[in-house]
Design a binder for this molecule. Structure first.
Ligand code: ATP
Length: 202
């Protein structure tokens, strides 16, 4: 099965693009969703995080307090590396388990930090959702009411647009309305179907 890795900066439109592909019947795997599932109370990955960072990363109810974990890790590269050493192997193992169960000409795997985690080799092609930073900021302020300064810090901590575009096989430019986005996805869907057919029937 042809594996398309979907990536893009925060608020660029990855979730929206994945939904548009799903409307064409394309199976999608979301590594962000997997990451959330892996740190539910009682899961081994959460236990490993508590061992590493202490019970201060939990809410009073025993769930992971993301803001507290982020606050510990954000400014400390060593801690960030330890966090990733716990989470990334578990995420990619679960991704492979899900892939093994899929049957389709091609699938889409949303990997927000594809560049940052060096996950290029895990997919056959890379689809980048690209949009100007000003639009990322506007959409995130609208969706989550996030503070512009925080959004800029997160964007600065991620790979740059240029770094993403450098490894892109295809690019969706999400700088217009949803109709324009859906049109690009429909065209890509036809392209990926053709590619996957050529792979199975050269
Ligand atoms: P995150 O990195 O936070 O997971 P994302 O890359 O998945 O974000 P989306 O959630 O798809 O991005 O989009 C961010 C917000 O912008 C959402 O509220 C979405 O509905 C909106 N949005 C995305 N694309 C468009 C568009 N072309 N026109 C209008 N709104 C859009």
């Amino acid at each position: 099965m042809l594996k398309i890795g979907l990536t893009g900066g925060i608020g660029s439109g990855k979730t929206t693009v994945a939904r548009l592909f799903r409307e064409h019947g394309v199976p999608t795997i979301d590594t962000d969703w997997i990451a959330h599932q892996l740190v539910r109370p009682g899961q081994p990955a959460l236990e490993a995080l508590i061992d590493e960072f202490g019970p201060g990363i939990l809410t009073p109810a025993g769930a992971l307090d993301r803001a507290r974990l982020r606050a510990q890790v954000f400014a400390d590269p060593g801690k960030k590396a330890r966090l990733e050493a716990i989470l990334h192997p578990a995420i990619f193992a679960e991704m492979e388990r899900r892939l093994a169960r899929l049957q389709a000409p091609y699938c889409l795997i949303a990997i927000p930090l594809l560049v940052e985690t060096g996950a290029r080799h895990r997919v056959d092609r890379v689809l980048v959702v690209d949009c100007p930073e000003s639009l990322q900021i506007a959409r995130l302020r609208h969706r989550e009411g996030l503070d512009e300064e925080l959004i800029r810090r997160i964007i600065a901590s991620q790979a740059t647009r240029q770094e993403r575009l450098a490894i892109a096989d295809e690019v969706v430019t999400n700088d217009r309305d949803l109709t324009a986005l859906a049109r690009q996805v429909a065209e890509l869907h036809r392209f990926y179907r053709r590619l996957s057919a050529e792979r199975t029937d050269p």
